[in-house]
Design a protein. Structure first.
Length: 317
């Protein structure tokens, strides 16, 4: 018998985001707010199943009962901005919902935004975001979202942000796709970068990853219909991992740096030399190495290096 129901196409999907003024309250996203250039999208409803393993005269189970429920949303996007004064970038509510401050820095002329700084903070009331995920007319509203992100840099590839959020579960609805305007700016390709580690600029680094590595706690609550009262940050250990070509000890001594437990400054930047927009710079002031493993890549000796980003001040981030 031929199929009579229309399929839903993954390619026709839309993710939009809007900051919540009140935690867990729908800010009424029209489907065109902060339209995200997302890919590798994954949405997972997580409903706890309570098995009722009663002893009786049968070997077959009795019906179970659904319990606490939540939704996780994962996707990737390009790290980019348009360089325009006063514009809110598509990723702005996402970084804020990851416990970060987003600050536009005024340029030398006093009017233009020269850079946007994104850095982790310790807010008493961290931001949250409402994510609308629409799969070809199948809409999931995920409210109260908080989460984390990682940055991926690979030589010759587009710099990406990988997001992961937890939010409240709600049943999906049939809602037509909106017709938003996407950001026309392209991302940044990891080429011609300026790299520095502990004041050394000659290392060959094929790939690098930074993970904010938040500890996000689900707050169980007897009074909530979903079983959860929210999702809150309870700690973080920012991690760095990178592949590096091995060098002589006289060129760069990884082993003394691994053992001295002193934070090193690492910074690198990518982006076109001409326009003022679409540049990406990463900086860690106190990178402490936690592991250096010897390996090989295509016949070249290499190192797999891991580290953690420590706070810069006693009460800092």
């Amino acid at each position: 018998m031929p199929a009579t129901l229309s399929p839903l196409l993954k390619e026709k999907s839309l993710v939009t985001a809007k900051a919540e003024a009140t935690y867990g309250t729908d800010p009424t996203n029209a489907g065109t707010d902060a339209v995200l250039s997302a890919y590798d999208l994954d949405l997972t409803p997580e409903v706890e199943f309570n098995e009722r393993a009663m002893l009786d005269t049968s070997l077959s189970p009795v019906k179970g009962l659904p319990g606490a429920r939540m939704t996780t949303v994962k996707f990737k996007s390009e790290l980019k901005w348009d360089g325009a004064v006063g514009n809110t970038q598509e990723w702005d509510p996402l970084f804020k919902a990851c416990g970060c401050a987003v600050t536009a820095n005024v340029g030398a002329g006093g009017t233009a935004v020269d850079t946007i700084t994104i850095e982790p903070t310790n807010p008493a009331s961290p931001g949250s975001v409402a994510l609308y995920v629409n799969f070809d007319g199948w809409l999931w509203k995920v409210l109260g979202c908080r989460g984390g992100f990682s940055l991926d840099f690979e030589a010759g590839k587009i710099v990406t942000v990988e997001w992961e959020f937890m939010g409240f579960y709600a049943d999906p609805t049939d809602t037509a796709l909106a017709s938003p305007t996407f950001d026309a700016n392209a991302g940044v390709v990891a080429l011609s970068g300026a790299y520095s580690l502990d004041a050394v600029t000659t290392l060959v680094v094929p790939s690098f990853k930074f993970d904010l590595n938040h500890r996000l706690t689900k707050r169980s609550s007897l009074s909530e219909a979903t079983g959860y009262g929210g999702f809150d940050f309870t700690g973080r250990v920012p991690k760095v991992s990178m592949k590096v070509e091995a060098t002589k000890v006289t060129d760069f001594n990884w082993w003394t740096r691994l053992l001295d437990a002193t934070g090193k400054e690492m910074a690198f930047a990518y982006g076109p030399a001409g326009p003022a927009d679409n540049k990406v710079k990463f900086q860690a002031d106190k990178l402490e190495f936690t592991s250096v493993k010897v390996g090989e890549t295509d016949g070249l000796m290499s190192l797999d290096v891991e580290g953690q980003c420590n706070r810069t001040l006693a009460a800092g981030n």
